[in-house]
Write a protein that binds this ligand. Sequence first.
Ligand code: EPZ
Length: 418
Amino acid sequence: MDRIVITGGKPLRGRVKIGGAKNASLAVLCASILSRETIVLDNIPNISDVRVLIEIINSMGARATWENIDTLKIIPSELVNVEAPYHLVKKLRASNLLLGPVLARFGRAQIAMPGGCNIGVRPMDLHFKGLAGLGAELSTERGYVSGRVPGRLKGARIYLDFPSVGATENIMMAACLAVGQTLIENSAKEPEVVDLANFLNSIGARVRGAGTDVIKIDGMPNLEVGCRYSIIPDRIEAGTFMVAAAATGGDVTLENLIPVHLEPLSAKLREANVDVFEGEDTLRVKAERMLRPIDIKTMPYPGFPTDMQSQLMAMLSTTPGTSMIIENIFENRFMVANELKRMGARIKVEGRMAVIEGVPALHGAQVKATDLRSGAALIVAGLMATGETEIFNAVYIDRGYHNLEEKLGSLGATLWRK
Ligand code: EPZ
């Protein structure tokens, strides 16, 4: 059952509800460790990355249970085990976000290093520099990062050489329990960082400035406020459906999202001759005219998101003319080009640049996902292609998309798992 088969060539039409944000959920789940009180989280997507993190947090002594389809209840209690074991961490690199909260709450941590993944080496130097700046003593040995805090963490001024999402989040979480004030400068501004800050404030922290490039955190002795918190909608799931609608010449209305989070993509789709109509918590994507070629540069938010780059590459494969993508965030995020070429695409990759020559049509083929978003891109390509496409390693797609087949099926797509 690790393959998805798609019979393509049909425009997507109808309405689809977007789920909670994977990347906000993972950060907020790690942050829940900071609290001494029970927490209830709504709009949590039941995807494999979230299930793995729940397994890790429960292995450390918390009790996280599903209250219903997208609501989690977490009783942090006194976590007994500050180690996140490799056999679980290797399944989920975002478990590196446990380092900051575990260090801050318990004064020590033993977190397996998640290692690289297909899209890049994924170093943690900025995480370590920031946490060391707060007074943590960190060492890495045998694939684990061990940390200890003599006394308590102390607030500090931390400058991030690059606005790393994960480093911003790890430092922000740790600073919540430091003595004094922390400034994170050149911080990441992604909506998921803002959602994490809002969650932290709802459990009694004092975080200001999230969403700008300076975040100010006033440390507290403890976080003893229980809360019920709803995670923001997933802008990348939404973007994936928007691109699928545009790529198939469809007309799809997405519900339960925050339009401003999609502005970088909406602007690019309009540039490509697609109509994007904005509602209060909806976006309608209508592609009834021929697409125009566009150029994309991925950048930290509010620039064009790297997590949408592969999906657009699929759409641009049949856009008449020459399009260009420059990937500025990860060093190896063009692997899907080789799979798209098996479907007839004409793409030339040179380092951080990919040049796409639009072809009249893609044809179905057997292809393989190499990471979550390349898998999503192959779904888009399969929906566009004539004939049948069989996507191997569908398990990558399950990491970040809940009920994808059902949602696409409700929009008129023909696809099944085998
Ligand atoms: C988060 O990863 C997301 N993951 C990624 O989404 C997303 O692509 C990325 O941010 C960029 O938006 C989660 O939130 C769980 P970074 P993260 O630290 O935090 C370099 C998806 O598909 N860097 O902003 O790991 C790094 O190598 C995933 O949902 C350092 O050099 O991203 C990369 O080139 C994929 N040193 C760049 O910064 C560090 O210490 C961006 O990384 C940290 C990062």
